[in-house]
Ligand binder design. Structure first.
Ligand SMILES: NC(=O)c1ccc[n+]([C@@H]2O[C@H](COP(=O)([O-])OP(=O)(O)OC[C@H]3O[C@@H](n4cnc5c(N)ncnc54)[C@H](OP(=O)(O)O)[C@@H]3O)[C@@H](O)[C@H]2O)c1
Ligand SMILES: [Zn+2]
Length: 378
C-alpha cells in the first residue's frame, strides 16, 4: 500500500538505501540485498548495508553509525525489516529499541511467517510506510530472493550484441564484441550468481573459464555448467586448469568453482568415468532440439542453485527464451559492426517466443558499451 504521506524526499532517501543495498552484490546471496539510511531533521545520521552473509543487517549497521542520533529519526530501508530471531536479533526490534519513530521500506518480506517487521513495528506504535516501491522495482532489485518458481533457478541471460545485431562475426569465430569495462561488469555479475552456463558451440569456440575474475571476490564460487550433449568436453579445457598459477586479463588468479557437464542421458556414466571426480556430470533427457533445458534446470535446482547466468551462445539463448525459461536479460550493446556473416543474437524466434520485457535498471555505460537490464513481464 502506498501511503499518501510518502513524499518525494522520502523516495529520494529510499533510493539512497537501494543504492547502498546493491553494494552487497556477490557477498550476501542467498540473502537479499538490503540498505538502510537513518534521517533526522532532513540530515542523514547513519547508514549501512548488508555486507556479508551471516553478519550484521543493514539496519544494525545504520543504527550503530547513528548512535544516539537514531532516537526520533526516520529509517529508510530498501526491504521490510526482519521480525524473526535468526542469525541476528530482528531488526524491527532494534529499530524500535533505538527509538526510531518512522520506518519507510521499499519491498515486502514475503517469506515472513507471522507478518513481517512492518506489522510488528506498527503494533508498537511506530509510523510505518511500505512497501513503497512497485513490485517491478523490488523484484528487480532482489530477483533471486523473490523468485517463486520452485523447480528451477532464477535464470538470467547475458548477451553482447553488435550494432548490426550480431553476436559473433561468423560461425565458430571468436569475436570480441565489448570492451574491457563491460567485460569487468560481466565478471562482477557472475560473482552474484549460483551458476554460469554456456552452450556447446560457445565452449568449442571460446574455451571459456567462466569464473569471476574481477575485483569482486564472490562469497560462493559459481558452479560452471557446460552443455555437452555428446560428451565431447576436452580434458584440456581451460575451465579444468584450476590453480595453473597464471594471472589473467583482470589480474586475478583463476579461482575455480565446480565444473558440471550436462550430457545426453545415455552418456552420463561414460563421461563420469573419463573425468573421475574432476567434474560433475548430469545426464539430461534429449528432445528434438537438443537437451531438455527445463529438466537440466530442475537438476541444477536439486544441486542447490537458486540462480543461473547463461552467457550464450545464440542457439542456447533462443532455446531458453522459446521455452520461457529466462527471467532477466543483461543486454550489452556495442557500437561494433560485425558484418554480413554475423550470427544473429535471436535467430529463428517467433514474436510469441520472445515474451515481453521491461527495463528494470537504468541503462549503464561501460566504456563504449551500454548495458540494459530487462526483466520478463509475467
Ligand atoms: N556475443 C555474445 O554474447 C556471445 C556469447 C556466447 C557465445 N558467442 C558466440 O556465439 C557462437 C556460438 O553460439 P551458437 O549459437 O553457435 O551456439 P551455442 O548456443 O553456444 O551452442 C548451441 C549448441 O548447444 C547444444 N545444445 C544442446 N541442447 C541444446 C538446446 N536445448 N538448445 C540449444 N542448444 C543446445 C547444441 O550442440 P550441438 O550442435 O553440438 O548438438 C547446439 O548446437 C560462438 O561464435 C561464440 O563465440 C557470443
Ligand atoms: Zn534484519
Amino acid at each position: 500500500v502506498i501511503g499518501s504521506s510518502v513524499t518525494h524526499v522520502d523516495r529520494a532517501f529510499l533510493e539512497r538505501a537501494v543504492a547502498l543495498a546493491r553494494k552487497g552484490w556477490g557477498r550476501v546471496h542467498p540473502n537479499p540485498l538490503v540498505g538502510c539510511v537513518l534521517v533526522k531533521n532532513g540530515t542523514i545520521v547513519g547508514e549501512g548495508y548488508h555486507q556479508e552473509f551471516g553478519e550484521d543487517h543493514a539496519e544494525t549497521l545504520a543504527l550503530h553509525a547513528a548512535g544516539g542520533q537514531a532516537r526520533g529519526s526516520t529509517a529508510y530501508v530498501s526491504l521490510e525489516p526482519c521480525a524473526h530471531f535468526g542469525k541476528t536479533p530482528p531488526c524491527a526490534h532494534a529499530l524500535h529499541e533505538a527509538g526510531v519513530s518512522r520506518v519507510v521500506y521499499g519491498g515486502p518480506d514475503l517469506g515472513a511467517e507471522e507478518g513481517g517487521g512492518g506489522a510488528w513495528l506498527r503494533a508498537q506504535g511506530v509510523e510505518v510506510e511500505g512497501p513503497v516501491l512497485s513490485p517491478e522495482r523490488w523484484r528487480g532489485e532482489n530477483p533471486v530472493f523473490y523468485h517463486s518458481i520452485e523447480d528451477r533457478p532464477f535464470v538470467a541471460l547475458k548477451m553482447a550484441v553488435g550494432l548490426d545485431g550480431g553476436i559473433s562475426a561468423a560461425l565458430g569465430l571468436q569475436t570480441t564484441i565489448t570492451g574491457p569495462e563491460a567485460q569487468e561488469e560481466v565478471h562482477r555479475l557472475r560473482a552474484g550468481y549460483g551458476g554460469v552456463l554456456v552452450g556447446t558451440r560457445t565452449w568449442k569456440t571460446d574455451d571459456p573459464r567462466l569464473n569471476p575474475r574481477g575485483p569482486l571476490q564472490p562469497r560462493i564460487l559459481p558452479v560452471r555448467v557446460f552443455l555437452d550433449p555428446r560428451g565431447e568436453f576436452p580434458e584440456g579445457a581451460r575451465a579444468l586448469l584450476n590453480g595453473d598459477g597464471g594471472t589473467d586479463v583482470m589480474g586475478f588468479p583463476p579461482s575455480g568453482g565446480e565444473v558440471v557437464l550436462a550430457v545426453g542421458s545415455g552418456l552420463a556414466s561414460t563421461v563420469s568415468t573419463r573425468f573421475g571426480n574432476q567434474v560433475s556430470v548430469i545426464g539430461v533427457a534429449e528432445g528434438p532440439d537438443g537437451l531438455d533445458l527445463a529438466s537440466l534446470l530442475t537438476r541444477l535446482s536439486g544441486k542447490g542453485l537458486t540462480s543461473l547466468l547463461c552467457e550464450g551462445g545464440g542457439r542456447l539463448a533462443s532455446s531458453l527464451l522459446k521455452a520461457g525459461l529466462v527471467d532477466r536479460l543483461y543486454w550489452f550493446s556495442s557500437p561494433k559492426i560485425l558484418g554480413p556473416h554475423a550470427i544473429p543474437a535471436l535467430a529463428g524466434l517467433e514474436r510469441e517466443d520472445l515474451g515481453d520485457w521491461r527495463v528494470v535498471v537504468a541503462p549503464q555505460l561501460f566504456g563504449a558499451d551500454v548495458l540494459t537490464t530487462y526483466d520478463r513481464v509475467r
